[in-house]
Write a new protein. Structure first.
Length: 158
């Protein structure tokens, strides 16, 4: 039985022109819009192309590609912020678990060459019919709605 299609905006990301411009640096410089939950030496934003509701990205203000390029203080701030981001997500969205990942290099799926950490909340029923049988991710709410839920608790990132 034909049910139709579920369209997403992901093609914008797939077909974007990869230039010398870094998306995260553009966010830091206010040249690109983002759902920013924390800014400073470390930024926390909602991923515009999430794997799941509440998918956060944590990155240093300074442009570095590799984990080994980070100064000790930056590394400490990033991982302290990671701890706080998990507290924020638990309070705001009540996930059942998390995937935390770091992709370094294009072959490791690092589509942005600026060091960052993915924090993906996982829920009991986040893999439904569409994900299993049609390789299509269904997001249960718009990003702006998730952003508003998380923004209420963004003080936890300080």
């Amino acid at each position: 039985m034909y049910l139709g299609y579920l369209w997403t905006d992901r093609m914008k990301w797939i077909k974007r022109k990869k230039g010398k411009s870094c998306s995260f640096c553009n966010i830091v410089k206010k040249k690109e819009k983002a759902f920013i939950l924390k800014e400073g030496e470390v930024f926390v934003i909602i991923n515009k192309f999430p794997y799941n509701t509440g998918h956060l990205l944590i990155f240093p203000k300074r442009h570095v590609k590799e984990i080994n390029e980070l100064k000790k203080e930056e590394l400490e701030k990033l991982f302290t912020t990671l701890q706080k981001a998990i507290v924020l997500l638990k309070k705001a969205l009540k996930p059942k678990g998390f995937n935390v990942g770091i992709n370094i290099g294009e072959v490791a799926s690092a589509s942005i060459e600026h060091f960052h950490i993915h924090v993906v909340p996982r829920f009991g029923a986040d893999a439904g019919f569409m994900e299993v049988f049609d390789s299509t991710k269904v997001m249960p709410e718009p990003l702006i709605k998730t952003f508003k839920k998380l923004k209420k608790f963004s003080y936890l990132l300080e």
